[in-house]
Design a binder for this molecule. Structure first.
Ligand code: FCB
Length: 490
């Protein structure tokens, strides 16, 4: 590595999310969110677990901030639990405020305490407004992202957060990986609300092909509404910046054939630009319009104007790369011939081909450090070198029946993975990409969505029974890497 390629004030941190970390799912007036309800339904999480306690960050945040301090990070990415701030059901002793329920003062206090404790240690809060969780009542009342009403509720929630925390929070993210949120929530049914627009095993409903696109549309407009509020009411006074985070894998054509190149371009566009093009340019990617036609909802003239230049930075979650093969004219494997739209959604081409890099325990994760530079270069070109932040990157393992804590602590593979990806990142920066931060996923082993506690991606081992945290080899590695980088902070 060449640490000197990281610019001054570069953010080095770890990332997390409320549902995966906090626990305290009924503490101090929090309302139920969609994940609380979903994980309590049998069969939704492979080990039958849930985030009721998770890693108990709600009670142990001071201990965790000490761990961050010892890593030497200068930033921490976390998300706010919407249902902790707006539990929605009015309690007798609270005043009904705003369009959606009362504000839970204890929830505001919790985040105030967390933010203040971080700042006391010189760690900048980097806040995601929602990392796939929302109050269940929003789902029950009008079907959350399928209804334009969601835009008003999200904007209202965002306003409360800017007002309450914006004097100290200078980095805001509206949504985490909405491209995956709609794929899993409305196409494959593996995230709440568990709807499917395609006959997958998890389907509870045979919903229309349009649903993921409608959900995406409302998320994009919700983002725009929040950005509008931030810029018109808070930015001048608070001086922060606001962006969105997308999951951006890199797609490499498996051969030099034109068909494979085109399919790689389409996959890249679908993944990277579906949400970013509207937010930066005010329109859906022309490449997607030509494939999906009228399935894509339209933006009105006013919406287009409101959308444009609707971010200050692009958050990139990058973990893996995939070879892409055209499965439209020739079946890649028996029975896998796909239509254009099918191919885009399935992204199953990666499973047909040769793995692009070393395989890991995690089925979707291949080690291909060069993908970091490639994805950054792609985003840089398409979005005119808008500032970028790597908001997640990490290496996962599956907990096996016979694995010991010692196995987990000697995570040399994780350190190697990070070294490779950070090296690739520093090359991209040296070549002119405006990247301003890197967040490792994650500080602590935690609740990995439908995989429950069976997948560990993190720098500290957590014993899920005692909740004891122990640094892994990778924590020491990251600490040394940051120290060697000697970032002059202003
Ligand atoms: C990302 C999610 C994050 C975590 C990691 C492993 O896609 O944003 O919450 O689950 O994967």
């Amino acid at each position: 590595n060449n640490p000197s390629s990281f610019p001054p004030n570069f953010l080095f941190g770890t990332a997390s999310s409320a549902y995966q970390y906090e626990g305290g799912y009924l503490s101090d007036g929090k309302g139920l969110n969609n994940w609380d309800v979903y994980t309590h339904r049998p069969g939704k999480v492979i080990d039958g677990s849930n985030g009721d306690v998770a890693v108990d960050r709600y009670h142990r945040y001071l201990e965790d901030i000490d761990l961050m301090e010892s890593l030497g990070v200068n930033s921490y990415r976390f998300s706010i639990s919407w249902a902790r701030i707006l539990p929605s059901k009015p309690l007798n002793d609270r005043i009904f405020e705003g369009r959606f329920g009362y504000v839970n003062v204890a929830g505001i206090d919790f985040y105030n305490n967390l933010i203040d404790a971080l700042l006391l240690k010189g760690i900048k809060p980097f806040v995601t407004l929602t990392h796939v969780d929302l109050p269940q009542e929003i789902e029950d009342r009008y079907g959350s992202w399928l209804s334009p009403e969601s835009q008003l509720d999200f904007a209202y929630f965002a306003d409360i957060c800017f007002k309450s925390f914006g004097d100290r929070v200078k980095y805001w993210v509206t949504f985490n990986e909405p491209n995956f949120q709609v794929k899993f929530g409305y196409r494959e049914g593996t995230f709440p609300p568990s709807r499917c627009s395609f006959p997958f095993g998890n389907c509870t409903s045979g919903d229309s092909e349009k649903e993921p696109f409608i959900a995406a549309h409302n998320i994009i407009l919700s983002h725009a509404a929040a950005v509008h509020i931030y810029r018109s009411k808070y930015e001048a006074k608070q001086g922060g910046s606001i962006g969105i985070v997308i999951n951006a894998a890199w797609f490499e054509p498996i051969s030099s054939s034109m068909a494979d190149k085109l399919v790689a371009e389409r996959a890249q566009c679908f993944t990277t630009n579906w949400f970013l093009d509207p937010i930066v340019f005010g329109i859906y990617p022309p490449e997607m319009q030509s494939i999906f036609g009228s399935i894509l909802p339209e933006f009105s003239k006013t919406e287009k104007e409101m959308l444009k230049k609707g971010l200050d930075f692009i958050g990139i979650n990058h973990y893996s790369s995939y070879y892409v093969q055209d499965c439209m004219f020739t079946a890649c494997e028996p029975g896998t011939r796909t239509s254009k739209t099918e191919g885009l959604w399935a992204q199953s081409y990666q499973k047909n081909g040769i793995p692009i890099g070393e395989s890991t325990d995690v089925d979707w994760l291949y080690v291909y450090p060069g993908g970091m530079e490639k994805i950054i270069t792609y985003v840089k070109k398409r979005f005119n070198n808008t500032p970028m932040i790597i908001t997640e990157n990490g290496y996962g393992e599956v907990t096996k029946a016979n694995s010991t804590i010692e196995d987990s602590l000697q995570d040399v593979n994780r350190a190697k993975y990070m070294a490779g990806y950070l090296d690739s990142l520093s090359t991209a920066i040296r070549k002119g990409a405006d990247v301003r931060g890197y967040f490792a996923w994650s500080l602590l082993d935690n609740f990995e969505w439908e995989y429950g506690f069976t997948r560990r991606f993190e720098l500290h081992h957590v014993d899920f029974k005692t909740l004891k945290r122990t640094p892994k080899f990778s924590a020491t590695w990251y600490k040394n890497f940051i120290a060697e980088s000697k970032i002059p902070d202003s």
